[in-house]
Ligand binder design. Structure first.
Ligand code: UDP
Ligand code: MG
Length: 222
């Protein structure tokens, strides 16, 4: 990924750069998908991709790919943050998302994005909407911790994820409550949150997702 831009030198500040997002919401649609760890974001995103043709970008998957990328200067840092259930400094995640969006627009002609598991901290939310693209709304999957914990421990048997173990899960829940819920509350105050109960089976939850999408003007393809 490109280097994180450093602040401009003093002499360059004279002609201020107009701060517009990289992608205009007139051309590009962004839906954030939030919910606690194990709430079912990835599963429901896959359903939405199949029925509606979105491009799905998972912030966690992008971070894990960057962590594995040979030569990445961020690999060790990302690994540490993920195991501790902490939020990787936003510059890294926002840049990974912007790169992936640009790539999908250029190579696949995609214009509608599901951004999964992001933003989960206020600074990311503000930075992304200011520099990448304002969101249309947020799909929020609401699920009790006991249910999420059971799902994650089950997933941990096969996922190979370094954070699907009891200790990391506890830390992820804490981060979710303390750091990520304020983001949901922030968008809620703007009337931009669609809350979906996520306890039932994936099929039943998806029925509620489809109803919610309809109320927001989205129809399945074909
Ligand atoms: N993560 C992060 N910033 C983000 C999204 C994810 O730092 O914007 C890190 C964080 O450590 C998180 C981990 O990646 O706990 C896994 O995220 P993912 O969305 O894959 O997991 P989920 O919570 O959906 O199970
Ligand atoms: Mg996920």
């Amino acid at each position: 990924m490109p280097a994180i831009p450093s602040p401009p030198a003093a002499e360059q500040i004279a002609a201020p750069k107009k701060d517009v997002p990289a992608f205009s919401p007139k051309d590009v649609g962004v839906i954030f998908v939030l919910g606690g760890p194990g709430a079912g974001k990835g599963t429901q995103c896959a359903n939405l991709v199949r029925e509606y043709g979105f491009k799905h970008l998972s912030a966690g998957d992008l971070l894990r790919a960057e962590q594995e990328r040979p030569g990445s200067q961020f690999g060790n840092m990302i690994k540490e943050y993920i195991r501790e259930g902490k939020i990787v400094p936003m510059e890294v995640t926002v840049q990974l998302l912007e790169n992936a969006m640009g790539e999908a627009i250029r190579t696949e002609g995609k214009k509608r994005f599901l951004i999964d598991g992001f933003p989960r901290k206020m600074d990311q939310a503000l930075k992304f909407e200011e520099t990448v693209c304002p969101s249309q709304f947020t799909l929020f999957f609401d699920c009790p911790e006991s249910v999420m914990q059971e799902r994650l421990l089950n997933r941990g048997k096969t996922s190979g994820r370094a954070d699907d173990n009891a200790e990391s899960i506890t830390k992820r829940f804490r981060t979710f409550i303390e750091t990520s819920m304020p983001v949901v509350d922030f968008f809620e105050k703007q009337g931009k949150v669609v809350k979906i109960p996520a306890i039932k089976t994936p099929e039943e939850v998806f029925q509620d997702v489809e109803t919610a999408m309809k109320t927001r003007g989205f129809q399945p393809q074909k």
